[in-house]
Design a protein around this ligand. Structure first.
Ligand SMILES: C[S@@+](CC[C@H](N)C(=O)[O-])C[C@H]1O[C@@H](n2cnc3c(N)ncnc32)[C@H](O)[C@@H]1O
Length: 348
């Protein structure tokens, strides 16, 4: 999604680039400094337009990467229904529309309580996606009865609406999967741990990022589980983020996937990278979450290059937090340090 094709469909136009940059500044102050007044931007047409210009364009490319990172849970030949809760101007709803363009059985709903955001989303839909299977609705009661596999997404919205409202949507809409694309911050991690616990109590199974259903080994530590994406932007989007002095290439996020009806697929030779360090001359150095005796555990993994070919070394060398691996324990070096042999990418 590039900026120039989006600009004609913003609710409010900007006279100059500097006017847009000022609004982006105001927005990010709203998100970071004034967390208690976080929803103020929703009442201002100019700020909703600036949100769309900056955050829709820079978040939109995340979806493709995310789909590749998550365990395989979508069969493209079956009918699918996505409900993006707190869809805003349609950031992920439009990205889904493009991602599933070739699949005529996909329907996408954006659920959005804010009228300005809904108006903004509909303006883009009419201008850029006039024939796409996408609708923006105000409340859960407007969503038709489930007729296919239903995937509920919270996209930078659970952190705004809180767990209680999120869980209410889940109970009302009865999805098969619940996916979170939320900020990669420590404060959201605290919220996520509570949400995770509640969903597991509702008989959901967490498929990503945790390796098992037990408690999180990062709970109560200074660290927090989050992932990283390296994203390439359209040229005019890249320019805007440079002018706004915001790095939108390396995007931290909290990604999670729950299956709402349990199955059992966990394996103690599968691991999720939770932190990467610089490689030594001989090995990759990562903190990895994995299962030991049915419990989630984080250990430092040393993965020597010697058992890998050049192509694998290049592949693993680009890994960021959130990637999944298969491994075999070679040697326990200490209580929390293991030397492993990498067996491949984890395809779930
Ligand atoms: C930060 S925006 C995220 C928009 C979009 N999903 C994205 O990633 O760019 C959060 C959105 O959640 C919406 N929201 C907050 N509480 C909500 C609720 N209870 N139900 C539906 N939407 C809600 C807000 O109106 C806002 O548009």
């Amino acid at each position: 999604m590039n900026l120039s094709s989006l600009m004609p469909f913003l609710l409010s136009s900007f006279q100059s680039e500097s006017e847009l940059l000022k609004s982006i500044d105001k927005l990010s102050e709203n998100f970071t400094i004034q967390r208690d007044q976080v929803s103020d931007y929703l009442a201002d047409e100019k700020l909703v337009s600036a949100y769309t210009a900056f955050y829709l364009t820079t978040n939109y490319p995340k979806l493709r990467h995310i789909m590749q990172m998550l365990p395989h849970f979508i069969d493209r030949s079956e009918a699918l229904e996505f409900i993006d809760v707190g869809s805003g101007p349609g950031t992920f709803a439009f990205a889904l529309t493009d991602y599933f363009k070739g699949n005529p059985q996909t329907m996408i709903y954006g659920l959005e309580t804010n009228p300005l955001m809904r108006r903004q989303a509909n303006r883009i839909r009419e201008g850029l996606y006039p024939h796409a299977p996408i609708k923006f609705l105000q409340g859960a009661s407007e969503i038709p009865v489930k007729s296919s596999k239903r995937i509920l997404l919270f996209t930078h919205s659970l952190n705004e609406m809180g767990n209680e409202k999120g869980l209410k949507y889940i109970k009302e809409l009865n999805p098969d999967y619940v996916m979170l694309i939320e900020p990669g911050t420590k404060s959201f991690f605290e919220q996520f741990l509570v949400f995770r616990e509640k969903l597991i109590r509702l008989e959901a199974e967490i498929l990503y990022p945790c390796m098992g259903q037990g408690s999180c080994p990062m709970q109560g530590t200074q660290d927090w589980c989050h992932q990283y994406l390296k994203v390439k932007h359209e040229l005019d989007v890249e320019r805007l983020s440079q002018m706004a002095h915001k790095n939108r290439k390396w995007l931290p996020l909290t990604l999670a996937l729950f299956k709402m009806h349990k199955s059992s697929r966990h394996n103690d030779q599968h691991g999720r990278i939770v932190r990467t360090y610089s490689s030594t001359k001989f090995s990759f150095e990562w903190d990895v979450c994995f299962l030991e005796n049915g419990e989630n555990k984080v250990n430092h993994f040393q993965a020597p290059f010697r058992s890998l070919n050049k192509a694998d070394i290049k592949l693993y060398g680009d890994f960021l937090a959130g990637e999944s691996i298969e491994f075999e324990i070679d040697k326990k070096l200490s209580d929390n340090q293991i030397r492993v042999k990498l067996k491949g990418l984890l395809v779930e």
